[in-house]
Design a protein around this ligand. Structure first.
Ligand SMILES: Nc1nc2c(ncn2[C@@H]2O[C@H](COP(=O)(O)OP(=O)(O)OP(=O)(O)O)[C@@H](O)[C@H]2O)c(=O)[nH]1
Ligand SMILES: [Mg+2]
Length: 387
């Protein structure tokens, strides 16, 4: 808690002062400053995101998720080489939710991806969950927005697949690659229970291991790979250290874009920059209940979050609503962006299990890391499934 407060105080005394035109024009120093301002929620960051917003929507966002040590960073380094050879500009956001204090665990990543880090067409940014003013997935989405506006063709997001926040970050990407280390059946089961559902492409990396063939077979026969009539999740073998299988991976990533298009995070109304950065008027109750009815009419599961109690300077009054649809689309607001990501995640669980939840957020609460101090106060939110 102390570290967090120190961080926030430091942020308050710093003005972002970044020229959006310089970011759009490809200035690397301006880009680096913009990313730092956005990551730390510095004054001016929200305005910057608003001025960049209309320039988004051209980049292809590729998520690389997998167990710790699966070889994600090595694979990304190999991908960088292949994508550069195809003339693309690439940004990398490496997310490490497991290093809340030191942030030092990412140094290894920089070294492993460093092979292409000096290339003008590559920009690598590592971040840890330390100091994020609104949840990891929102910060990630905002950094992706900055890279997209700055003209990168591909933005790769590396995350360790450990839970709900990775599933949320997965929604930022147009194409999600799940990297599985070769292993025995149990490990495949664990992957299947966790993050397999977000996979558009499955990669068994460390294909030089004798266990790789068995893991591929497990995944190929595990069912659930037929996403829809246009896309079946391919199971690919790679050796990231030698580059084997990387060209085919790039081809499948490109093929997936051909099927699903790009800009998914902008279409799906997930908690990304545009919705969070702009202090837009919340939807009226009429609009919100009308949207709930529309979702129900097409058979979607929905939940309603309502502010039932506030203390101090909570941004939204008691009675404010947030409507959430099963895939994470939402309308309305219970906090003006401070805790929406967390509430949406809980609402999705409520949709699944039907049990209402009374959530509490505030700076002295256990869940305080989800709440920026700028939001202030405490808030109690009731989340219930709507039948
Ligand atoms: N034999 C073999 N080793 C590999 C391969 N790919 C990666 N490795 C090694 O596996 C180790 C972990 O690789 P990383 O790329 O750091 O894995 P990661 O998934 O990014 O790890 P975290 O970011 O810590 O979760 C390193 O020692 C790599 O050299 C491969 O295809 N074959
Ligand atoms: Mg890594």
């Amino acid at each position: 808690m102390v570290g967090r407060q120190t961080n926030v105080t430091a942020a308050m005394s710093f003005s972002a002062d970044i020229d959006p035109a310089a970011v759009l024009g490809g200035s690397r120093p301006a880009l680096a400053r913009a990313l730092t301002a956005v990551e730390n929620g510095r004054p001016g960051a929200a305005e910057l995101l608003v001025s960049l917003a209309s320039h988004r929507g051209r980049a292809h966002i590729v998520g690389i998720t997998g167990a710790p040590g699966a070889g994600k960073s090595t694979l990304i380094n190999a991908l960088l080489g292949e994508l550069l050879a195809r003339g693309r500009r690439i940004a990398v956001v490496a997310v490490d939710p497991s290093s809340p204090v030191t942030g030092g665990a990412l140094l290894g990543d920089r070294v492993r991806m460093g092979g292409h880090g000096a290339d003008e067409r590559v920009f690598i940014r590592s971040l840890s969950s330390r100091g994020h003013l609104g949840g990891l997935s929102r910060t990630t989405a905002q950094l992706v927005d900055v890279f997209d506006a700055a003209g990168f063709d591909v933005v790769v997001v590396e995350t360790v697949g450990v839970g709900q926040s990775e599933v949320e970050i997965g929604r930022v990407a147009d194409t999600n690659v799940v990297v599985c280390p070769p292993g025995l059946g149990d490990e495949v089961q664990a992957i299947k229970a966790g993050i397999l559902e977000i996979a558009d492409i499955l990669v068994v990396n460390k294909g030089d291991s004798p266990l790789a063939a068995r893991t591929m077979l497990d995944l190929q026969t595990s069912g659930g790979l037929q996403r829809d009539e246009h896309w079946t999740v391919p199971v690919l073998r790679t050796v990231a250290t030698s580059g084997e299988g990387i060209a085919e991976l790039v081809e499948r990533i490109d093929a997936h874009t051909g099927v699903t298009g790009i800009g998914r995070r902008l279409r799906a109304a997930t908690p990304s920059a545009a919705s969070d950065a702009m202090p837009a008027a919340p939807a009226t109750d009429d609009e919100l209940f009308e949207q709930l009815r529309r979702w129900r009419a097409v058979g979607r599961g929905v939940a309603l979050a309502t502010v039932v109690r506030t203390w101090g300077s909570s941004p939204r009054p008691e009675g404010s609503h947030l409507a959430v649809e099963e895939s994470g689309a939402f309308l309305g607001s219970v906090s003006g962006g401070c805790i929406e990501g967390a509430v949406i995640g809980e609402a999705q669980e409520v949709i699944t299990d039907g049990r209402p939840r009374l959530l509490e957020f505030g700076v002295s609460d256990e869940q305080a890391w989800e709440v920026g101090l700028a939001c202030g106060g405490r808030v109690q939110v009731l989340v219930e499934r709507i039948e």
